[in-house]
Design a protein around this ligand. Structure first.
Ligand SMILES: N[C@@H](CCC(=O)N[C@@H](CS)C(=O)NCC(=O)O)C(=O)O
Length: 308
């Protein structure tokens, strides 16, 4: 397997999910730090437009969205599957709910003035962030949560977690971790990174002990790689072979398509469709900086339309 290169930034919660999976599975990885705001020329050359973070690069294959990144990593490294046979449906469904609904609660809570910690180093970076995210939000179809709604939803979620963990289990669904643990972890990590809600965790000993276990996984940092080296790796690699197929009769393999997230960060990636099935959408594209690359998206939460 080619090296795992994560395009990410330290403050990004979804990146923390992947960093924790790397740590839990004992995977070595390389760290390409991108700025918290655009532009990110190397990463965009590789994805072809998709701008959400993180992105996992493995040679000339680019995996977008942590749901797909986690699925890709599942059979790599050590330890239990992220999708345990007895809890596969429940764990994935909970992870999806956390990554969508609970995310907007986390955003509302983390950006409270008393809970922001050192998220912004200076007023200039706050202004640049606000402008960048206004651009990012164009075309989004999501409902933001008010602080009141977020406080109530988070209190309820923590209470349910505390009850679930009260029998002494190590992880949400038992003795082994699942994707739901990593999804819950990155959201709590984000909410509590500012330090303003520490008493919420202190009041819940089972959640606190679980959080300490999960936090330990995120401590393993990757070896730094430059954007130039990551691009050179893509250029010198061939994308993995793909069995061409499409379950959309009107969009067969070979069609020029746009693939994009359906909720937010909807900037599309244009390329040639290689595969579209219930799991993934795979697009071939080419850029002078990267050579041919295959860009992979999960099917759930993404759409593909004709691009010509
Ligand atoms: N469903 C996506 C969500 C990714 C996401 O929202 N990432 C945030 C950062 S944690 C983002 O891209 N924000 C805008 C940006 O960084 O440009 C995933 O699981 O990867």
């Amino acid at each position: 397997m080619a090296e795992l290169i994560l395009h990410h930034y330290p403050e990004s919660p979804f990146s923390e999910k992947v960093r924790a999976i790397f740590g839990a599975k004992g995977l070595s990885w390389r760290s390409l730090i991108v700025p918290m705001v655009m532009p990110r020329p190397a990463t965009i050359a590789l994805t072809g437009g998709y701008r959400r973070i993180p992105v996992l690069q493995v040679g000339a294959d680019i995996y977008c969205d942590t749901a797909l990144i986690a699925a890709y990593l599942d059979d790599k490294g050590a330890g239990a599957s992220l999708y345990p046979a007895g809890h596969r449906l429940a764990a994935q469904t909970l992870a999806r709910w956390i990554d969508t609904e609970l995310f907007w609660t986390a955003v509302a809570l983390r950006f409270q003035p008393e809970n922001m910690g050192s998220f912004f180093t200076d007023p200039g970076s706050a202004q640049a962030f606000a402008e960048d995210r206004a651009n990012f939000a164009q075309g989004a179809r999501v409902r933001m949560h008010s602080v009141e709604e977020a406080l109530a939803l988070y209190a309820r979620f923590l209470a349910e977690m505390e009850t679930q963990l009260a029998d002494g289990r190590r992880y949400l669904f038992g003795a082994d971790w699942s994707i739901a643990d990593f999804a819950a972890y990155h959201m709590l990590w984000f909410i509590h990174a500012g330090g303003g809600m520490a008493d919420w965790l202190a009041a819940r000993p089972h959640v606190s002990a679980w959080m300490a276990r999960m936090r330990a996984f995120g401590q393993h940092s990757g070896e730094v790689i430059s954007a130039e080296d990551a691009l050179a790796i893509a250029r010198s690699a061939d994308p993995l072979p793909v069995d061409e197929a499409s379950d959309i009769a009107a969009i067969p393999p070979g069609t020029t398509v746009d693939a994009a997230a359906l909720d937010y960060g909807v900037m599309p990636t244009r390329g040639t469709l290689l595969r579209c099935d219930t799991d993934t959408i795979v697009i071939r594209r080419e850029h002078t900086l990267t050579g041919p690359v295959n860009v992979h998206f999960p099917r759930h939460g993404f759409g593909v339309t004709r691009g010509d």
